[in-house]
Design a binder for this molecule. Structure first.
Ligand code: ZN
Length: 242
């Protein structure tokens, strides 16, 4: 079973299209999405429509819940709240209904999936050793998948010892020993200094995870952000991957 794991697309249509094109070169058996289809970016409806069609499993993220009016926007940073309000107005009913039917957690083919973390599937960033250890203690599957932080990560616990960390493009995790917490990074708003769109190729039989990156036309998404008068900082950060 080979799975493409994508996350945090954030209404960045060009990034999503580039990732799906790269995935299609050697099509996986499944495609899973860990949530945050919308928010920040300029093409929420197109992204939701493609995800509906192309993924076998999809979680809901905090930005999707914000777009549905289910999260208090006071909990959001200013740019995030602004784009959440814009997204609320832009989403058509069919796409809103799709997002409303999703959960922030799932289990599939022996893996456990969370948008954010097992302790708090909507909000918690697994970016500290304590949070990573807690996430692996609260789960039992060999592979645990999280998104939300927009950082590609491969963290393992082996005989009680925690190891690993950031997983740059092209790196591979050998999952044969220990239990693993993997974050594919973000398709549409990477924050690890590499502006390329990120995802994981996960082979559950061979027990390996390959961290992939692909260039996409950042300037097209930036132009769309500006056309829609979304905050300039949201366009600018895409070029730097922060
Ligand atoms: Zn996100």
């Amino acid at each position: 079973m080979r799975v493409a794991v994508i996350s945090d697309i954030h209404a960045n249509l060009h990034a999503l299209e580039s990732v799906l094109e790269a995935i299609a070169v050697d099509p996986p058996d499944r495609t899973w999405c860990l949530g945050d289809l919308v928010g920040y970016g300029p093409r929420p409806n197109e992204v939701v429509e493609i995800v509906r069609e192309r993924t076998d499993l999809c979680l809901v993220g905090n930005h999707d819940l914000a777009a549905l009016g289910r999260i208090d926007l006071d909990d959001f940073a200013l740019d995030a709240a602004f784009s959440a309000r814009w997204t609320q107005a832009a989403l058509v009913d069919e796409n809103r209904d799709y997002l409303a039917g999703l959960s922030p957690t799932a289990e599939a083919d022996g893996a456990q999936l969370f948008h954010a973390s097992p302790r708090d599937p909507v909000w918690e960033y697994v970016i500290t050793e304590e949070a990573a250890r807690d996430a692996l203690e609260r789960t039992e599957s060999p592979v645990v998948l999280v998104g939300h932080s927009h950082l590609a990560l491969a963290i393992a616990v082996l005989e009680g010892q925690l190891g690993g960390g950031l997983a740059p493009g092209g790196s591979e995790a050998d999952l044969t020993a220990g239990r693993w917490l993997l974050n594919p990074g973000s398709v549409g708003q990477p924050r690890d200094g590499d502006p390329r769109a990120a995802w994981i190729e996960l082979d559950l039989e061979a027990q390996r995870a390959l961290f992939r990156r692909v260039d996409y036309p950042v300037e097209r998404t930036q132009a769309e952000i500006r056309e829609r008068e979304l905050p300039e900082a949201l366009a600018e950060r895409l070029a730097r991957g922060v």
